[in-house]
Design a binder for this molecule. Structure first.
Ligand SMILES: [Zn+2]
Length: 125
């Protein structure tokens, strides 16, 4: 177990399939801001919309994020550091007039894709 952000997780692949179904074209795994070395899982540069798919464990999902009992302090620190980093990423992108959408790993991909599409379409209108 290592990276907080793994690429091409099942949740990401399913989400992209739903975005494809809605006829959206998008960029994958790019940095929205060159100065901010954090990659969005899916993004639209012209519309300034960045999507992050957050794993329930690594990002401390309120519904089924688990807090391991073994090495509890280690994991707590790790997960909380990820949450702080997520909040910092959101803040910096928002300041740069990006719209950030976070999708939990557990969310229904079709519903998440529709939520994202409505934002992208409203920005491209
Ligand atoms: Zn979850």
């Amino acid at each position: 177990m290592r990276a907080a952000r793994q690429r091409n997780t099942t949740a990401e692949v399913l989400l992209r399939a739903e975005l494809d179904r809605l006829g959206l074209s998008y960029l994958v795994d790019q940095c929205p801001l060159p100065s901010l070395r954090r990659r969005a899982d899916v993004l639209w540069a012209a519309e300034r919309v960045a999507v992050f798919v957050d794993g329930c464990f690594w990002h401390g999902c309120p519904i089924h994020g688990t807090w391991p009992k073994q090495n509890a302090d280690f994991w707590k620190e790790k997960i909380e550091a990820n949450q702080r980093r997520d909040a910092d990423t959101d803040r910096r992108l928002t300041e740069a007039r990006w719209t950030v959408i976070r999708v939990w790993e557990h969310e229904d991909p079709a519903a998440a894709a529709e939520r994202i599409a409505s934002v992208v379409w409203s920005h491209s209108a």
